[in-house]
Design a protein around this ligand. Structure first.
Ligand code: NCD
Length: 323
């Protein structure tokens, strides 16, 4: 069952469930998704479209969100669909009374929604929901697992900013154990020829072993570091993330030292002129606002691209054709 749910998405195909980044083929991103996202920028700028007319989407968020929730909601509205959102779902849905995820999913399949967008606090939450759902389920982040649509907007932004996704050296910086955006991004970048990954983190929160094993199987070079200064001069992209302090680490009580992961003005001065800095946001001390004036810091363009990518995804999954 799960192999069907996680089937790869090829060009020309209408995607169904979106659960993990491994599903996206490079050809689908380059031939279908990126051009459609580009055209969605015009749709958004000129007042929206109607391709989601009569389409109803349910958003269910068990964890807090600003960008993901609002960009999904805006994407639906801009394409003429409707949505309803359950925020704080652990408290404000029957989950608080002990209802299990599969029952909630079966219930949501009865209300004639056309799609469910789910952010869950446990890894595997989206897959579990998809496994009992006859309507498409989009993973908007599952605990310490993945955040596949974030990775799509990340690679779209890199492609837009550098003009290519081939042969790039990318530093992925911060909490690589618990930060789900870094997991999905590593899986996605592995699909582009010549990628080299530099993982910068304190030793307690190194990149997950299962992801390193995947990179080894796909011959993607990767190295671990503790200090960004060792890699910033050579990279094309610095992808900075925050410490995931709300996710307790088993067996570690003392605070973790993230000083080697701070991209401030001094660190930025080490980077090449063409290089770019991305961050999925929200940011804390690891990317101080002093860097925002530097044109290499493209975090708010990245945010905007999140809207276009999610519009493109809805267009593909639910669109009626004419936008
Ligand atoms: C991220 C998330 O929720 O995983 N935020 C986002 O969706 N852009 C990153 C984070 O919380 O650190």
């Amino acid at each position: 069952m799960s192999s069907e749910i996680l089937a790869p998405i090829y060009p020309g195909q209408r995607p169904f469930h979106i659960i993990e980044a491994q599903q996206f083929t490079r050809e689908w991103m380059e031939e279908d998704l990126f051009p459609l996202a580009k055209s969605m920028e015009n749709v958004a700028d000129f007042g929206g479209g109607s391709s989601l007319r009569m389409k109803r989407v349910r958003l269910v968020f068990y964890e807090s969100s600003t960008r993901t929730q609002e960009s999904f909601e805006s994407a639906i509205e801009l394409l003429g669909g409707t949505y309803g959102t359950t925020t704080n779902a652990g408290e404000f849905s029957s989950a608080a009374k002990g209802e299990e995820l599969d029952d909630s999913a079966k219930v949501r399949n009865k209300y004639r929604y056309h799609c469910i967008v789910l952010r869950h606090n446990k890894e595997g939450g989206a897959l579990e929901t998809a496994s009992v759902s006859k309507i498409p389920v989009i993973n908007a982040g599952d605990g310490e697992g993945q955040h596949p649509t974030q990775a799509l907007l990340d690679v779209y932004t890199i492609h837009e900013q550098l003009g290519t996704l081939q042969g790039l050296e990318v530093a992925i910086i911060g909490d690589l154990l618990r930060g789900r955006t870094t997991h999905s991004l590593a899986y996605l970048l592995a699909k582009f020829p010549g990628t080299k990954l530099h993982f910068v983190s304190p030793p307690e929160v190194r990149m997950k072993q299962e992801i390193k094993d995947y990179l080894d199987r796909h011959n993607v070079p990767h190295l671990d570091y503790q200090d960004i200064r060792d890699v910033l001069p050579r990279v094309d992209i610095a992808y900075v993330t925050r410490p995931q302090l709300e996710r307790p680490l088993q067996g570690i009580t003392s605070s973790i030292d993230f000083r080697g992961c701070v991209v401030n003005l001094e660190a930025l001065s080490l980077m090449q002129p063409h290089a770019k800095v991305l961050h999925p946001m929200p940011r804390t001390f690891e990317l101080p606002k002093e860097v925002d004036e530097d044109l290499r810091v493209v975090i708010f363009r990245q945010v905007e691209n999140g809207l276009f990518i999610r519009m493109a995804l809805f267009q593909m999954i639910l669109g009626n054709g004419n936008r």
